[in-house]
Design a protein around this ligand. Structure first.
Ligand code: COA
Length: 333
C-alpha cells in the first residue's frame, strides 16, 4: 500500500428490511394522509425493521453484499456510519465486523447522522491515504423508525430503515471510482433543530418519554438543507475543477424530494440528473446515499463513466459533498 493512495470504490451492497409500511397504513394511526405525505415529501412507503432486528443486523446484510460485489476478502477497517447504534455504548461497528467474519479487524462508528455516509467515505479515504488501511468497508445503517415518537406525525412519515455499503480499496486518483475531493462542514449551535434530548451523558434519564425521541423543527431543517447542500455542492465542484454541466448524476441524501429538486434548481442541474428512490424508502439517514446508488445502478440510470456528485445534510448540523466517476460496479447479491 502506498502512502497518499486514492480510495477507489470497488463494491456496493444494499439491504432493506422486508416489511413495507405505506402512507395509507400510517394514516390508520396518525392524523395524516397519503396525499399530504406524497405532496410534502415525495414518500409513498418506507421499510421498517421487525422488532428485534437492528442496525447491526441490517449493516451485516449490506456489508456482506458489498464484499461480494467487490470480491474483497481482506478488509482491514470497518467504518459504520450510524446514529442509531444498537446500544448507546459501545459503538456497533465491532459487532458488525465480527458477524461478517472480520473478528480482529479495526472497527469504528461514525456518527454524523444523515451526513454520516459522506463523512465515513471521507474517513475511509483518509485512512487509505495515510496508509493506515488498504481496504475499508464503509457501511451506512440506521433504524430511525425506533427513534421517532410513534404518535408524532411530523417525523414518523419521513423516516425508514435500511443499510447500504461500499468497499474502498487503495488505488490511483485517475481510476474510475476514485473518491474525492470532499467538502465537509458542521454547525453545532443549531443542534437543537434536530435532536434527541435524553439518553446521553448530559441528560441520561428523563421522566418525559418524548425526550427519548427525535425532536425536529422541520421547516428550519428544510431551509438549511437546501442552502447547505447547494453551497457544499458548489464548493466540491470547484475543488474538483468540474462545472455543473460536468455532473451526470446528483445523488443527494434522500430526506425530501422537494429538497433534492430545490438543490438541483439552485445549482442549475437538469431534473434527469437527480437520482431519487425516496418514494420507496423514506429518509434512511446514513443508509440513504448507498441505497440510492444501488437503486440507480440496478435500474440502469447510473452507469460506469457517469460523473457523480454526492451531497448530504443531517443533524448536528452536519453536511458535506464528494465527487467520483462511477466505476464498473454493481450491487452484490
Ligand atoms: N400530515 C398532515 N398534515 C401535517 C403533517 C402530516 N404528517 N405534518 C404537518 N402537517 C400540517 C402542519 O400541522 C401544518 O398545518 P397548519 O398549516 O394547519 O399549521 C401544515 O401541515 C404545514 O406544516 P409544515 O410543517 O409547515 O409543512 P412543511 O411544508 O414544512 O413540511 C416537512 C413539513 C417536515 C415535510 C418539511 O418541513 C421537511 O421535510 N423538513 C425537513 C425534514 C428533514 O428532512 N429532516 C431530516 C433532515 S436530514
Amino acid at each position: 500500500m502506498s502512502p497518499h493512495a486514492a480510495a477507489v470504490l470497488s463494491g456496493l451492497g444494499a439491504w432493506l428490511p422486508p416489511r413495507v409500511v405505506d402512507n395509507f397504513e400510517l394514516s390508520e394511526t396518525l392524523d395524516t394522509s397519503d396525499e399530504w405525505i406524497r405532496a410534502r415529501t415525495g414518500i409513498a412507503e418506507r421499510h421498517v425493521a421487525e422488532p428485534g432486528k437492528s442496525t447491526v443486523d441490517m449493516a451485516v446484510e449490506a456489508g456482506r453484499r458489498a464484499l461480494a460485489s467487490a470480491g474483497a476478502a481482506d478488509v482491514d477497517f470497518v467504518l459504520l456510519a450510524t446514529s442509531t447504534p444498537d446500544q448507546p455504548c459501545p459503538g456497533s461497528a465491532p459487532q458488525v465486523a465480527t458477524a461478517l467474519g472480520l473478528n480482529g479487524t479495526a472497527a469504528l462508528d461514525v456518527n454524523a447522522v444523515c451526513s454520516g455516509f459522506v463523512y465515513a467515505l471521507a474517513t475511509g479515504a483518509g485512512l487509505i491515504a495515510a496508509g493506515v488501511a488498504s481496504t475499508v468497508l464503509v457501511i451506512g445503517s440506521d433504524t430511525f423508525t425506533t427513534l421517532v415518537d410513534p404518535t408524532d406525525r411530523g417525523t414518523v412519515p419521513i423516516f425508514g430503515d435500511g443499510a447500504g455499503a461500499v468497499v474502498l480499496r487503495a488505488g490511483h486518483a485517475d481510476e474510475p471510482g476514485a473518491l474525492g475531493p470532499f467538502d465537509l462542514h458542521s454547525e453545532g449551535e443549531l443542534a437543537e433543530l434536530l435532536w434527541v434530548e435524553a439518553g446521553g451523558a448530559k441528560h441520561r434519564v428523563s421522566a418525559d418519554k418524548s425526550d427519548y425521541f427525535l425532536a425536529m423543527q422541520g421547516t428550519a431543517v428544510f431551509r438549511h438543507a437546501c442552502a447547505r447542500m447547494a453551497e457544499s455542492s458548489r464548493a466540491v465542484l470547484a475543488k474538483a475543477g468540474w462545472t455543473v454541466s460536468d455532473v451526470d448524476r446528483f445523488v443527494g441524501h434522500q430526506a425530501n424530494v422537494r429538497i433534492l429538486q430545490a438543490v438541483a434548481k439552485t445549482l442549475g442541474l437538469p431534473v434527469d440528473a437527480v437520482v431519487s428512490n425516496i418514494e420507496k424508502t423514506g429518509n434512511t439517514s446514513a443508509a440513504s446515499i448507498p441505497l440510492a446508488l444501488a437503486d440507480a445502478v440496478t435500474g440502469g440510470s447510473l452507469v460506469a463513466g457517469h460523473r457523480v456528485l454526492l451531497s448530504a445534510f443531517g443533524a448536528g448540523l452536519t453536511w458535506g459533498s464528494a465527487v467520483l466517476r462511477w466505476p464498473d460496479v454493481t450491487p452484490g447479491a
